[in-house]
Design a protein around this ligand. Structure first.
Ligand SMILES: [Zn+2]
Length: 249
Protein backbone atom coordinates (compact mmCIF):
# COMPACT_ATOMS: atom_id res chain seq x y z
CA UNK A 1 0.00 0.00 0.00
CA UNK A 2 2.92 2.29 0.72
CA UNK A 3 4.25 1.86 -2.79
CA UNK A 4 0.76 2.45 -4.18
CA UNK A 5 0.55 5.78 -2.36
CA UNK A 6 3.94 6.76 -3.69
CA UNK A 7 2.93 5.93 -7.26
CA UNK A 8 -0.30 7.93 -6.83
CA UNK A 9 1.69 10.95 -5.74
CA UNK A 10 4.04 10.68 -8.69
CA UNK A 11 1.10 10.34 -11.04
CA UNK A 12 -0.84 13.24 -9.57
CA UNK A 13 1.86 15.85 -10.01
CA UNK A 14 2.14 16.10 -13.81
CA UNK A 15 -1.66 16.20 -14.11
CA UNK A 16 -1.94 19.46 -12.23
CA UNK A 17 -2.69 22.03 -14.88
CA UNK A 18 -1.80 25.68 -14.72
CA UNK A 19 -4.71 27.89 -13.70
CA UNK A 20 -3.65 30.27 -16.46
CA UNK A 21 -4.69 27.74 -19.10
CA UNK A 22 -8.14 28.65 -20.36
CA UNK A 23 -10.66 25.91 -19.64
CA UNK A 24 -11.94 25.82 -23.21
CA UNK A 25 -8.44 25.22 -24.58
CA UNK A 26 -8.34 21.85 -22.81
CA UNK A 27 -9.39 18.71 -24.67
CA UNK A 28 -12.82 17.42 -23.67
CA UNK A 29 -13.13 13.88 -22.29
CA UNK A 30 -16.52 12.23 -22.85
CA UNK A 31 -17.32 9.81 -20.00
CA UNK A 32 -20.07 7.47 -21.12
CA UNK A 33 -21.93 5.90 -18.18
CA UNK A 34 -22.77 2.41 -19.41
CA UNK A 35 -26.43 1.26 -19.44
CA UNK A 36 -29.52 2.97 -18.02
CA UNK A 37 -32.18 2.60 -15.36
CA UNK A 38 -34.35 0.70 -17.84
CA UNK A 39 -31.53 -1.60 -19.00
CA UNK A 40 -29.10 -1.63 -16.07
CA UNK A 41 -26.63 -4.19 -17.45
CA UNK A 42 -25.17 -6.96 -15.30
CA UNK A 43 -26.29 -7.76 -11.76
CA UNK A 44 -23.65 -8.07 -9.07
CA UNK A 45 -23.23 -11.03 -6.75
CA UNK A 46 -25.21 -9.10 -4.13
CA UNK A 47 -27.93 -7.96 -6.50
CA UNK A 48 -26.74 -4.43 -7.27
CA UNK A 49 -27.30 -3.24 -10.89
CA UNK A 50 -24.18 -2.56 -12.96
CA UNK A 51 -25.51 0.88 -13.89
CA UNK A 52 -25.06 2.03 -10.27
CA UNK A 53 -21.41 0.91 -10.27
CA UNK A 54 -20.89 2.75 -13.55
CA UNK A 55 -22.40 5.97 -12.16
CA UNK A 56 -20.08 5.86 -9.14
CA UNK A 57 -16.90 5.23 -11.14
CA UNK A 58 -17.78 7.80 -13.81
CA UNK A 59 -18.23 10.37 -11.06
CA UNK A 60 -14.83 9.51 -9.56
CA UNK A 61 -13.22 9.92 -13.00
CA UNK A 62 -15.10 13.20 -13.52
CA UNK A 63 -14.02 14.51 -10.10
CA UNK A 64 -10.36 13.64 -10.65
CA UNK A 65 -10.30 15.22 -14.10
CA UNK A 66 -12.11 18.34 -12.88
CA UNK A 67 -9.68 18.80 -10.00
CA UNK A 68 -6.89 18.73 -12.60
CA UNK A 69 -8.65 21.29 -14.81
CA UNK A 70 -9.53 18.69 -17.41
CA UNK A 71 -12.95 19.16 -19.00
CA UNK A 72 -15.37 16.24 -19.03
CA UNK A 73 -18.82 15.53 -20.36
CA UNK A 74 -20.77 12.80 -18.58
CA UNK A 75 -23.16 11.02 -20.91
CA UNK A 76 -26.08 8.95 -19.61
CA UNK A 77 -25.37 9.58 -15.94
CA UNK A 78 -29.05 10.38 -15.25
CA UNK A 79 -29.98 6.85 -16.32
CA UNK A 80 -32.48 7.97 -18.96
CA UNK A 81 -30.38 7.49 -22.10
CA UNK A 82 -31.22 4.18 -23.72
CA UNK A 83 -30.23 4.69 -27.39
CA UNK A 84 -26.57 3.64 -27.71
CA UNK A 85 -25.79 5.58 -30.90
CA UNK A 86 -27.05 8.80 -29.28
CA UNK A 87 -24.16 8.62 -26.82
CA UNK A 88 -21.47 9.06 -29.46
CA UNK A 89 -23.50 11.72 -31.29
CA UNK A 90 -23.66 13.70 -28.04
CA UNK A 91 -19.88 13.34 -27.63
CA UNK A 92 -19.21 14.49 -31.20
CA UNK A 93 -21.58 17.46 -30.97
CA UNK A 94 -19.78 18.60 -27.81
CA UNK A 95 -16.39 18.33 -29.53
CA UNK A 96 -15.03 15.52 -27.34
CA UNK A 97 -11.44 14.50 -28.06
CA UNK A 98 -11.85 11.06 -26.49
CA UNK A 99 -14.73 8.72 -25.63
CA UNK A 100 -14.42 6.52 -22.55
CA UNK A 101 -17.27 4.12 -21.88
CA UNK A 102 -17.42 2.97 -18.25
CA UNK A 103 -18.73 -0.52 -17.45
CA UNK A 104 -18.43 -3.36 -14.95
CA UNK A 105 -18.11 -6.95 -16.03
CA UNK A 106 -19.89 -10.28 -15.72
CA UNK A 107 -19.21 -13.81 -16.99
CA UNK A 108 -21.01 -16.30 -19.21
CA UNK A 109 -24.14 -17.72 -17.55
CA UNK A 110 -22.83 -21.29 -17.19
CA UNK A 111 -20.20 -20.04 -14.70
CA UNK A 112 -22.83 -18.59 -12.37
CA UNK A 113 -23.80 -20.34 -9.14
CA UNK A 114 -26.48 -19.51 -6.60
CA UNK A 115 -25.98 -18.26 -3.05
CA UNK A 116 -27.98 -16.31 -0.53
CA UNK A 117 -27.20 -12.72 0.36
CA UNK A 118 -29.36 -11.07 3.02
CA UNK A 119 -32.00 -13.73 2.56
CA UNK A 120 -32.24 -13.34 -1.23
CA UNK A 121 -30.90 -15.86 -3.76
CA UNK A 122 -28.31 -14.21 -6.01
CA UNK A 123 -25.94 -15.37 -8.77
CA UNK A 124 -22.17 -15.24 -8.49
CA UNK A 125 -18.94 -16.57 -9.97
CA UNK A 126 -15.59 -16.27 -8.25
CA UNK A 127 -13.76 -17.80 -11.25
CA UNK A 128 -12.65 -14.50 -12.79
CA UNK A 129 -11.58 -11.05 -11.68
CA UNK A 130 -9.85 -8.02 -13.12
CA UNK A 131 -10.30 -5.29 -15.68
CA UNK A 132 -10.72 -5.51 -19.45
CA UNK A 133 -10.38 -2.85 -22.13
CA UNK A 134 -12.04 -2.96 -25.55
CA UNK A 135 -11.49 -1.14 -28.83
CA UNK A 136 -13.08 -1.49 -32.27
CA UNK A 137 -11.33 -1.85 -35.61
CA UNK A 138 -14.34 0.00 -37.08
CA UNK A 139 -13.51 3.15 -35.13
CA UNK A 140 -11.96 5.72 -37.51
CA UNK A 141 -9.17 6.41 -35.01
CA UNK A 142 -8.08 2.86 -34.27
CA UNK A 143 -4.38 3.56 -33.76
CA UNK A 144 -4.99 6.20 -31.09
CA UNK A 145 -7.70 4.08 -29.48
CA UNK A 146 -5.25 1.19 -29.14
CA UNK A 147 -2.45 3.40 -27.95
CA UNK A 148 -4.65 4.91 -25.22
CA UNK A 149 -6.18 1.57 -24.18
CA UNK A 150 -2.72 0.02 -23.87
CA UNK A 151 -1.51 2.99 -21.84
CA UNK A 152 -4.54 2.75 -19.54
CA UNK A 153 -4.00 -0.98 -19.07
CA UNK A 154 -0.33 -0.42 -18.24
CA UNK A 155 -1.25 2.31 -15.73
CA UNK A 156 -3.90 0.12 -14.09
CA UNK A 157 -1.31 -2.65 -13.71
CA UNK A 158 1.24 -0.20 -12.36
CA UNK A 159 -1.28 0.62 -9.65
CA UNK A 160 -1.68 -3.02 -8.65
CA UNK A 161 -4.77 -4.01 -10.65
CA UNK A 162 -4.73 -6.97 -13.02
CA UNK A 163 -6.36 -7.70 -16.38
CA UNK A 164 -8.79 -10.57 -16.86
CA UNK A 165 -8.35 -12.98 -19.75
CA UNK A 166 -11.83 -14.51 -19.61
CA UNK A 167 -13.08 -12.71 -22.72
CA UNK A 168 -10.46 -14.55 -24.78
CA UNK A 169 -11.72 -17.98 -23.75
CA UNK A 170 -12.81 -20.03 -26.75
CA UNK A 171 -16.46 -20.46 -25.72
CA UNK A 172 -19.80 -19.12 -26.92
CA UNK A 173 -20.15 -15.42 -26.14
CA UNK A 174 -16.42 -14.89 -25.67
CA UNK A 175 -13.50 -15.69 -27.99
CA UNK A 176 -12.48 -12.05 -28.30
CA UNK A 177 -9.25 -11.40 -30.15
CA UNK A 178 -6.44 -9.76 -28.24
CA UNK A 179 -5.35 -6.33 -29.38
CA UNK A 180 -2.73 -6.09 -26.62
CA UNK A 181 -2.76 -9.10 -24.31
CA UNK A 182 -0.08 -7.76 -21.99
CA UNK A 183 -2.26 -4.80 -21.07
CA UNK A 184 -5.68 -6.45 -21.16
CA UNK A 185 -6.92 -4.91 -24.43
CA UNK A 186 -9.33 -6.80 -26.72
CA UNK A 187 -10.88 -6.11 -30.09
CA UNK A 188 -14.68 -5.89 -29.99
CA UNK A 189 -15.38 -4.50 -33.42
CA UNK A 190 -19.17 -4.27 -33.28
CA UNK A 191 -19.61 -2.61 -29.91
CA UNK A 192 -21.93 0.25 -30.88
CA UNK A 193 -20.36 3.04 -28.83
CA UNK A 194 -16.86 2.13 -30.05
CA UNK A 195 -17.61 1.78 -33.77
CA UNK A 196 -19.90 4.83 -33.98
CA UNK A 197 -17.55 7.19 -32.12
CA UNK A 198 -15.91 9.75 -34.42
CA UNK A 199 -13.08 10.20 -31.92
CA UNK A 200 -10.73 7.61 -30.32
CA UNK A 201 -12.83 5.37 -28.06
CA UNK A 202 -12.19 2.78 -25.36
CA UNK A 203 -14.61 0.75 -23.27
CA UNK A 204 -13.44 -0.12 -19.77
CA UNK A 205 -14.81 -3.07 -17.83
CA UNK A 206 -13.40 -1.95 -14.49
CA UNK A 207 -13.91 -5.22 -12.65
CA UNK A 208 -16.03 -8.37 -12.41
CA UNK A 209 -19.03 -7.59 -10.19
CA UNK A 210 -20.35 -11.15 -10.07
CA UNK A 211 -17.12 -11.99 -8.23
CA UNK A 212 -18.00 -11.68 -4.53
CA UNK A 213 -14.66 -10.22 -3.44
CA UNK A 214 -14.13 -7.94 -6.41
CA UNK A 215 -17.65 -6.55 -6.11
CA UNK A 216 -16.77 -5.25 -2.65
CA UNK A 217 -13.27 -4.05 -3.55
CA UNK A 218 -14.43 -2.06 -6.53
CA UNK A 219 -17.01 -0.17 -4.48
CA UNK A 220 -14.32 1.35 -2.27
CA UNK A 221 -13.84 5.04 -2.99
CA UNK A 222 -10.05 4.66 -2.81
CA UNK A 223 -10.13 1.99 -5.53
CA UNK A 224 -12.33 4.14 -7.75
CA UNK A 225 -9.86 7.00 -7.37
CA UNK A 226 -6.97 4.66 -8.21
CA UNK A 227 -8.76 3.61 -11.39
CA UNK A 228 -9.49 7.25 -12.26
CA UNK A 229 -5.81 8.13 -11.80
CA UNK A 230 -4.81 5.27 -14.09
CA UNK A 231 -7.25 6.49 -16.75
CA UNK A 232 -5.81 10.00 -16.50
CA UNK A 233 -2.26 8.73 -16.65
CA UNK A 234 -3.06 6.54 -19.65
CA UNK A 235 -4.66 9.44 -21.48
CA UNK A 236 -1.69 11.61 -20.69
CA UNK A 237 0.77 8.99 -21.96
CA UNK A 238 -1.11 8.56 -25.24
CA UNK A 239 -1.11 12.32 -25.78
CA UNK A 240 -4.81 13.06 -25.17
CA UNK A 241 -4.31 15.01 -21.98
CA UNK A 242 -1.47 17.41 -22.45
CA UNK A 243 0.76 18.91 -19.83
CA UNK A 244 0.55 22.71 -19.55
CA UNK A 245 3.77 23.41 -21.44
CA UNK A 246 2.40 21.54 -24.47
CA UNK A 247 -0.88 23.43 -24.56
CA UNK A 248 -0.99 26.48 -26.75
CA UNK A 249 -3.22 29.25 -25.40
ZN1 LIG B 1 -21.92 -3.08 -19.14
Amino acid sequence: MQSLARICLIVALPLVMSKSVAADSMPLLAIDVGHSKLRPGATSSRGRPEFEFNVDLAKSIHDLMTSNNIRTLQIGDDGNLVALAQRTVTAKDAGAAFFLSVHHDSVQPHYLKSWQWQGVVQQYSDNFSGFSLFISRKNPQLATSLQCASAMGAALQQKGLHPSSHHAENIAGEGKEWADQQHGVYYYDNLVVLKTAAMPAVLLEAGVIVNRDEEQTIQQASVRITIAEAIALGLQRCGLLKTPDKIKP
